[in-house]
Design a protein around this ligand. Structure first.
Ligand code: AN7
Length: 410
């Protein structure tokens, strides 16, 4: 018989001035100081309560601030946790890769959307919306369909990878193509939310981030209730690094772990306001006006969760750095061709960054590192095709086929 008590104090709290808001208030940023908000969750429960439950987001339901019994779920989370000995050995570290592309719509956003859409229904709203570089919109459209809600998504015109666009459209999202970049699309979506046309499910929404903290939970759980030395991941709008750190803090506060990992965020050189702030030891960013990178998912110049992300980095004795498009594409290929893990370009930033930081001596030899790879290779088929050699055309003639196979094709 498992004995435990659960104490959940639910409040929305400003991360800068600590102003609090009621759990059922629709509020995205602090009305007093303008900063971002987080849901304050205080849980006292023995980790034995998780025994026998299937790995996944809702395994940790005591830590999630919505009603589990009414959850809008597609069985998200419980993603592969692959030990990568070949790349690990080359880098002189113990490497695990958390493969978030195996979520229902192919990215980590599903964890957040499950909680976010559940919250939307609890609040009684009928329309959800977001701006997106692609993955958020795919996930939102799917979970809105599952929850029976209308969804409106704003995408930067011509800049969304094909797989993501196909998903957003096909799941029934009302897709608006904005003549501008992601940051401008988000400004428009925020205005729609302020006027109550949509319940905004970008990562500015603190309930969505509650779902994403489960990446941190699963990593700890899968390492046998131990912290890795480091978690490294790509950073765009900076919600994910913030929420994983929140999850880590909650498991630490609950007494499940005695150490915490070094949080390490990687951006693309053409979109690296967080890296610049980190180099200047600042808690403020200078937005990048015209962000550019092949990794369209993280082509973001004005990340909304920068305060949380920089706090996560500073509080964990962490690090932030950037990688070039070339380094990203090389890492994407390396991961696919060495370990069989196919990710979209943005996701490969974590591997590219890890390689760079090992070479620079920032990552120590022998470290136990978890690299989070955030989205599936099929999200961006154009990038995958461009990075590969063309299929050879061969007549259905065995001798011709043999002659070709006897040479190496690639
Ligand atoms: C594959 O879909 O912002 O730092 O609108 O799709 O939490 O923003 C996507 C972001 C990393 C960055 N990897 O995460 C969107 C969007 C992939 C992503 C990120 C995104 P955050």
């Amino acid at each position: 018989m498992v004995k435990y008590y659960v104490l959940v104090i639910l409040m929305i709290k400003c991360v800068s001035c600590e102003q609090t808001y009621d759990n059922d208030e629709i509020v995205y940023t602090c009305r007093k100081c303008g900063s971002t908000l987080e849901v304050d969750v205080d849980v006292g429960v023995s980790k034995d309560v998780f025994n026998g439950r299937k790995l996944g987001l809702w395994k940790y339901r005591e830590f999630l601030p919505v009603d589990y019994r009414k959850s809008v779920s597609l069985d998200e989370g419980g993603t592969p946790f692959c030990k990568c000995d070949k790349i690990g050995k080359d880098l002189g570290i113990e490497l695990y890769v958390k493969v978030e592309g195996s979520n229902p719509t192919g990215s980590f956003k599903d964890r957040g959307m499950s909680v976010g859409v559940t919250k939307a229904i609890e609040l009684g709203v009928d329309t959800v919306g977001c701006a997106s570089t692609g993955n958020t919109s795919a996930s939102l459209a799917a979970y809105a369909a599952r929850g029976g809600l209308r969804s409106i998504v704003l995408l930067p015109a011509g800049k969304v990878a094909l797989g993501k666009l196909a998903q957003a459209m096909f799941y029934g999202g009302e897709v608006l193509s904005i003549n501008g970049n992601f940051d401008q699309a988000l400004e428009s979506a925020t205005k729609l939310a302020d006027e109550k046309y949509i319940y905004l499910l970008n990562s500015i929404n603190p309930f969505r981030l509650e779902g994403q903290k489960s990446i941190g939970f699963e990593i700890i759980d899968e390492l046998g209730w131990q912290s890795p030395d480091r978690i490294i991941l790509p950073v765009g709008n900076a919600g994910n690094i913030s929420s994983i750190w929140k999850g880590i803090r909650e498991f630490y506060n609950a007494g499940y772990i005695n150490e915490k990992p070094i949080m390490t965020g990687i951006q693309a050189t053409g979109a690296k306001p967080i890296v610049e702030a980190f180099k200047n030891k600042s808690l403020k960013i200078n937005p990048v006006k015209d962000p550019e990178t092949i990794a369209t998912a993280i082509r973001i110049g004005n990340p909304v969760s920068y305060t949380k992300a920089l706090k996560a980095i500073y509080d964990s004795n962490g690090y932030a750095d950037s990688v070039t498009d070339e380094e990203i594409l090389d890492a994407q290929k390396l991961l696919a061709r060495t370990e069989g893990i196919g990710v979209e370009p943005a996701s490969a930033a974590s591997i590219a960054g890890l390689k760079k930081l090992v070479e620079e001596g920032v990552v120590d030899k022998g470290e136990r590192v978890v690299a989070v790879v955030t989205g599936h290779v099929l999200k961006d088929p154009d990038a995958a095709i461009k990075a590969s050699s063309k299929p050879l055309e061969v007549e259905p003639d065995f001798n011709k086929l043999k002659a070709i196979i006897e040479k190496k094709i690639n």
